[in-house]
Ligand binder design. Structure first.
Ligand SMILES: Nc1ncnc2c1ncn2[C@@H]1O[C@H](COP(=O)(O)OP(=O)(O)OP(=O)(O)O)[C@@H](O)[C@H]1O
Ligand SMILES: [Mg+2]
Length: 301
């Protein structure tokens, strides 16, 4: 059964799509996990990113059209041997109203995608969603399908406010309203686009750790990385050492996520959590032994 996972924040532009896309590529190509990535954002950034990354991709159907027909299966396209994808489209805008018109009540709206996603879960290890930084009926219903939610937090004030609001004003009321159905767990806050040389960001990072506790903040930090930004321009590559650094960091992020999931499953919580990277030493900006095993052979198409 796939773990259903979303990287999110109410604040836009914090790296949700970049991080989700990299996690999908690393999980499928480095760790050989069966991955389904679903673009639910009307900006369709992830869809464009996949078009720039993989050769000759044609999307049979958008997520929205598939939902309106009642099954997501026909919308799935295979990008590589372990990575499947469902495309986003501007049509996602109409989905909000569609869900409203086709549900009896709030519970129906919240659980709108439940059966459609459950139908797919058997075939994958991970289902990642890329969502918009909003809270409409579509995003609500995605959250209700999730096992783990990762607030992506740029280490800047507005984004920190976005994380706090996401947890207190959005996710918590959802759990309170539907304690049986909302089964998601916050896996940890992910510091992103972090510029650790900036004093204010260092202070903000420390404040984040203090606020949520180190157990609830990922040790793997996504710094401001020029190459990751370039992936957004030209598609994701794996051809040189700079590419490999990005893949290595996200390989550790996946391992840390898996360790966090194991902790939740074994103890129902995450206490005294430690994580030691094996691919990349972010603090000292140094490749570790495992990263050398990542072959610079390009993307498996
Ligand atoms: N760690 C990073 N270092 C440098 N640039 C980054 C990093 N993460 C993301 N970016 C860049 O920042 C911009 C916003 O990233 P992205 O689109 O992934 O954010 P988002 O949270 O998905 O945005 P939205 O809320 O609009 O969906 C992009 O230009 C991307 O290339
Ligand atoms: Mg995005």
């Amino acid at each position: 059964m796939a773990y259903v996972i979303v990287f999110t924040n109410l604040k836009g532009g914090v790296g949700k799509t970049s991080d989700t896309d990299m996690m999908s590529l690393v999980a499928s190509q480095i760790f050989h996990k069966k991955v389904l990535l679903i673009d639910v954002d009307l900006q369709a950034n992830s869809t464009q990113n996949m078009s720039r990354t993989f050769n000759n991709v044609e999307y049979p159907q958008s997520f929205t059209n598939a939902v309106m027909e009642g099954s997501l299966k026909r919308a799935i396209v295979s990008l590589s041997s372990n990575l499947d994808f469902i495309a986003g489209s501007a049509g996602t805008h109409d989905l909000n109203e569609w869900i409203l018109d086709h549900s009896k009540n709030k519970k129906g709206r919240y659980l709108f995608f439940k059966n459609m996603i459950e139908e797919l879960q058997d075939g994958y290890d991970y289902i990642f969603f890329d969502v918009a930084p909003s809270t409409d009926n579509t995003v609500d219903a995605i959250m209700m399908c999730c096992d783990y939610i990762i607030p992506v937090q740029e280490v800047k004030r507005f984004s920190m406010d976005g994380t706090a609001s996401l947890i207190s004003n959005y996710l918590t009321p959802m759990v309170e309203a539907f304690p049986e159905e909302a089964h998601f767990q916050v896996a940890g806050v992910l510091p992103a686009i972090f510029q650790n040389r900036k004093r204010q960001q260092q202070i903000n990072y420390e404040e984040t750790v203090e606020r949520y506790g180190q157990d609830n903040v990922f040790f793997t930090i996504i710094k401001r990385l020029e190459r990751l930004d370039r992936f957004g321009e030209h598609g994701i590559t794996l051809n040189d050492y700079q590419d490999r650094k990005i893949w290595a960091i996200f390989a550790d992020l996946l391992l840390e996520l898996e360790a966090r999931i194991t902790s939740f499953e074994q103890t129902g919580d995450i206490l005294d959590f430690k994580f030691k990277p094996i691919y990349y030493d972010i603090e000292n900006n140094k490749e570790l032994a495992a990263s050398k095993e990542i072959k610079l052979n390009g993307i498996d198409q």
